[in-house]
Design a protein around this ligand. Sequence first.
Ligand SMILES: Nc1ncnc2c1ncn2[C@@H]1O[C@H](COP(=O)(O)OP(=O)(O)OP(=O)(O)O)[C@@H](O)[C@H]1O
Ligand SMILES: [Mg+2]
Length: 464
Amino acid sequence: MIYAYDTDHFKILVVDDDDTILKLIQRFLGDQGYQVDTTLSGKRAVEKERESRYDLVILDLVLPDMNGLEVLKTLKKEDSSVSVLIMTGHGKIETAVQAMKLGADDYLQKPFKSLDVLLMAIKRIKEYRDLRAECTYLKEQLNETYSLNNIIGRSRKITDIFQLIRKVAPLNSTVLIEGESGTGKELIARAIHQYSERKESRFVAINCGAIPVTLLESELFGYERGAFTGAVQEKKGYFEAADAGTIFLDEISEMDLALQVKLLRVIQEKKFQRIGGTREIATDVRIIASTNRNLDQEVLQNRFRKDLYYRINVIKITVPPLRERQEDIPLLSYYFVKKYNEEFGRNIRSISSKVINAFLNHRWDGNVRELENVVEHAVAMTESEEIYPHDLPKNVFSLDTERETHSPLLHFDEAKRQFEKQYLEGILEMTKGNVTEASRVSSIPRQNIYEKIRKLKIDPNRFR
Ligand SMILES: Nc1ncnc2c1ncn2[C@@H]1O[C@H](COP(=O)(O)OP(=O)(O)OP(=O)(O)O)[C@@H](O)[C@H]1O
Ligand SMILES: [Mg+2]
């Protein structure tokens, strides 16, 4: 489970100029099972980090011996993977935003309403770190469980498809693969072929939407010499080329009605004639078809033959859009980083948690293909070993978050709005969109949460 939650082995250093606060936080977090050290000095904080390598440093920006931002910079230089949670006095949002720019993970305003607020922030940071660690691990272990023939995924929806592929591959039945553009339909078709006894023979893919009708017919069935002007020599079509193998009819809904009749005949009789020929040619081909349109609708509108639909819809695989299987996003992202590292000779090691978070919140209308393109772009653009928000195309990293990273001088109201939004979204994510629970952990009255959600245009359903 990605979000497995244990507090063991999570080492925290708290840095604050107020001893009372240090003791309070240490006791509170200690009770939650965290290992907590404290120090009053910025210099000492840097030394301790060097000695002990903490997972998280909770840092007050006001310290007696060093500027908090300097401490943050040095910590990050020492160990770029350390997480830093900033504590800032009331009304010091601008400094906090500056700290975020320098790589802090989050910030809290003091005094806290309750220590639970602190706990929530730590949990969120820990989740990011777990996610990152898990992804690094998975990256090296892209094993059978999370991948089948280059199809990557760990969500229930996709692993169910893995099972289905294994189950239907050995059969000769026609398979219909339905799904939005970029969801991986062709990958699935190839996997079915690979897992079948036909794998030594050819897999021939034809995009029915991309080839003009007349050409498509001759591509599929071939022609005899003299069949039409220009047919100076006989030519085999795909049905012959794919004999004993698999034919993948991509975007079958685009096929012309007359050609649909011919295809139906091949499926029923397992034989066909070349264009301009009379000879019956027997064919042993498995047909896999795909569509990103709803074929039921196409049939109703008389754009697709009902009898053909029944023939190809023997086994249907419906591939869910990426936004319905968000758990796959981190895994896929790392998979593509690896892929483009190899392709571009780069050595990018990680994806910043802000980027992963932006990915989790993006709509991905272009599905996995869009994600792949975004990662490819980022791998090409980034100048460091980690992918940061500014390496992403603008549409993926939302304006809100972008403003926060690029302009430290925000109007106070805007900074506050952003903070509230981020904070509430964090809490709703943890509580899976349960407002009552969110109210309990944050100590914000339920009614106020509803009001803020409405004002900040947060959709709680998104977290369910
Ligand atoms: N689960 C996945 N794991 C790894 N790569 C994937 C996955 N799904 C899709 N891809 C990649 O995304 C891209 C699009 O996949 P594919 O061509 O199979 O989609 P499609 O559903 O056929 O799209 P279209 O309807 O636009 O033809 C490919 O580069 C493919 O390798
Ligand atoms: Mg395709």
